[in-house]
Design a binder for this molecule. Structure first.
Ligand code: ADP
Length: 150
């Protein structure tokens, strides 16, 4: 049984995140989406709303689970007996950050990070832009997975 966690803030979970998980299901038997929860970090969407939106996106996919966590990511992975951390890469901007945390996580626990390159049509999609657009009253349905609404 190959299990990976897909950790992130997902504020909100976008079609870019959705694509990474769908593709990850070709590699892993099960993916646990972990919403990292930090009391001091302000988010637009509540934990409950983020869980609800992600559950809706994967309502027909029993191999995907969703939960929040407030521990170190590697401890969350260990708790779920996951040997892999799944992440997505959009640009060279993402690269240095992902390498640093990936190296640290492997040194802490031997858990490997598996990184998938984004599909070109989602390279510009980010939770930050989605939140900005929302704050100006714009429709962000193109940023969200199929069947998911804010
Ligand atoms: P974090 O706060 O941990 O960076 P995010 O919710 O921003 O969490 O992202 C979670 C993961 O999804 C990260 O690996 C990020 O690079 C990846 N990701 C975000 N947007 C996209 C996208 N459009 N295409 C592919 N991967 C993405």
């Amino acid at each position: 049984m190959k299990r990976a966690i897909f950790p992130g803030t997902f504020d909100p979970f976008t079609v870019g995140h959705y694509s990474i998980v769908k593709r990850g299901l070709h590699i892993f038997d099960e993916i646990v989406i972990g919403i990292g929860h930090n009391q001091s970090k302000k988010t637009l969407f509540t934990i409950e709303k983020r869980i609800e939106m992600i559950e809706k996106a994967f309502e027909n996919e029993p191999r995907v689970k969703v939960t929040a966590y407030s521990t170190l990511t590697v401890d969350f992975a260990t708790e779920w007996q996951a040997d892999f951390i799944l992440r997505g890469l959009r640009s060279v901007g993402d690269f240095e950050y992902e390498r640093t945390i990936g190296d640290n996580n492997r040194l802490l626990t031997r858990i490997e990070t598996v990184i998938l390159f984004t599909e070109a049509e989602y390279a510009h999609i980010s939770s930050t832009v989605a939140r900005d657009l929302m704050s100006y009253g714009k429709d962000i349905s193109n940023f969200l997975p199929p069947n998911v609404k804010v």
